[in-house]
Design a protein around this ligand. Structure first.
Ligand SMILES: [Fe+2]
Length: 257
């Protein structure tokens, strides 16, 4: 059964029973982030949590993170479709992540001039087909964010029921979102019988761990399987308005460089 708590995570307590992972974090390998990967890894170790480095359409940070032997790392990426929707993908192995990037992302990378974001020329259907091909756990990132990235209306349309059914999970707790958006995501996920994921979507170090996904699974395989089986637990809370403003300013500055 899905479980969730909207409160600041207590890592020491959670860690007694669960593997605790921030499933959505950005590093210097994202076009909009200046945070050093090594600082993210060191901070995760000091907090006693794991991390999925989910850079925008890039896997360099995730691959370097996976070299850490004393940190629980889930191979991941945040892929942007040609219609600007973000999809989080988590892989059972480093090899699957590399295959996904080489086969699907690398040759379809585009630079989004208007928003200074990179994206791919892949449709959501193509991304989800590729995810199935490599047995990845897919999660709809922040479905109630602002346009053009808001994916709820697109995926909830009657004619896309089959496409939606192919997603494993919905990100129901993203620390960059407003409470209302997260609750809407949770309601949608529960109504559609989806798995649940949570992550801070942090672009600044201090965000790490604001929202986490917990599982009794102690390795990548059992951790990801618990999301599929809806046996994981999500905990976290939205970052403060001040923290969001500082983060947005940092993203703006990085995008101008
Ligand atoms: Fe993100």
């Amino acid at each position: 059964m899905n479980q969730f708590t909207y409160a600041l995570p207590n890592f020491a307590e959670l860690g007694k029973k669960y593997s605790v992972v921030d499933m959505h974090f950005h590093t210097e390998y994202s076009h909009d982030c200046k945070t050093k990967l090594q600082d993210v890894l060191s901070h995760a170790k000091s907090l006693g949590i794991g991390v999925a480095v989910t850079d925008h359409n890039d896997i360099r940070g995730s691959l370097l993170a996976l070299e850490q032997k004393d940190l629980f790392v889930i191979p991941g990426i945040e892929v942007t479709s040609k219609n600007d929707k973000d999809i989080l993908l988590y892989f059972y192995s480093e090899g699957d992540l590399v295959n996904f990037y080489q086969k699907y992302v690398k040759k379809n990378l585009k630079y989004h001039k208007r928003f200074r974001f990179n994206k791919t020329s892949l449709s959501i259907q193509e991304i989800i087909d590729a995810a199935h091909d490599l047995n990845a756990v897919s999660s709809v990132a922040h479905p109630f964010t602002v346009q053009p990235k808001k994916s709820f209306y697109f995926l909830n349309s009657k004619k896309r029921k089959e496409l939606l059914s192919e997603f494993v999970a919905v990100e129901v707790l993203n620390a960059a979102m407003k409470k209302r958006a997260n609750l809407s995501s949770l309601g949608w996920a529960l109504a559609e019988n989806k798995g649940l994921t949570a992550g801070s979507d942090g672009h600044r170090l201090e965000w790490l761990g604001n929202a986490v996904t917990c599982s009794e699974g102690r390795d990548i395989h059992s951790f990801l399987d618990s999301i599929r089986k809806k046996k994981n637990y999500i905990v976290g809370q939205e970052s403060t308005l001040a923290a969001k403003l500082v983060s947005e300013l940092t993203i703006f500055v990085k995008n101008k460089i």
